[in-house]
Design a protein around this ligand. Sequence first.
Ligand SMILES: Nc1ncnc2c1ncn2[C@@H]1O[C@H](COP(=O)(O)OP(=O)(O)OP(=O)(O)O)[C@@H](O)[C@H]1O
Length: 262
Amino acid sequence: MSLPEPGPVLAVSGLTKRYGRRTVLDEVSFTLARGEVHGVLGPNGSGKTTCLHLVTGLLAPDGGQVLLNGVPVQDKKSRDFLGMAPDDLPMPASLTGQEYLAFHDRLRGRDDSVTAADLAWAFGLAEDLDRQIAEYSHGMKRKLQVVAAVMHFPDLLVLDEPFRGLDPDAAVTLRKLITSYAGHGGAVLIATHDMLRAQRDCDRVTILHAGAVVAEGSPAQLQQRYSVDTLEEAFLVTTGLEAQQGERAQLLDTMLKEGWER
Ligand SMILES: Nc1ncnc2c1ncn2[C@@H]1O[C@H](COP(=O)(O)OP(=O)(O)OP(=O)(O)O)[C@@H](O)[C@H]1O
């Protein structure tokens, strides 16, 4: 990890993205401090992945700004501070796991092969590094992406649905990695649908709905603000989905009952 910089590791302000006339991210702002695990939550299509792709410079915004340690994400220097494990970007199938990690080293102009080997071992992937990615299962690809994102100890680690497809053993390892990464001064931004994990592991969350921030705070603050017992309930209230739940359950029940009686 590089020398600590003053100020937030990540500062997102007024971030806006449009596709044609459709605004899919609307004036989103939040900051991430050193040592913080920050969750980006929201229903399907609410803009989580778009937000993460803008934060990491994979997408260019139509408005707003992303600063990493004060450096605009468009500036190549910001790459030194950043590691990302995307949700479903394609991976080069013909490379072996080892070659994939070496490729990241080359892009970064570094040699983090020893750390990468240790991380691969921690995720139970060490034996598979000589195999082609084409032969990897979904979970193995995920583990490899996480190793590639973390091996240079970036100040900001960005993870898009990192637990999806991981077996329980790898999920425990990843959870430990996230909490201890932040515990040692890194910042972790994580998009997830897993409310239980977010409640347990995130210091703060930003909840998106239709591209806009509808709530921000620690899970405990949100529970208190909306007088509910869990982050999941706060999520349903702030996104307006709570009201629809009853209607949907009723509709499904009626439909299934009629279906069986046919
Ligand atoms: N390339 C694109 N062209 C047009 N619209 C897009 C494009 N990429 C994303 N969108 C739209 O942007 C919105 C936000 O998508 P995004 O993938 O960020 O949502 P998400 O919150 O990550 O969803 P999910 O939980 O399903 O992964 C969606 O309405 C989606 O249809």
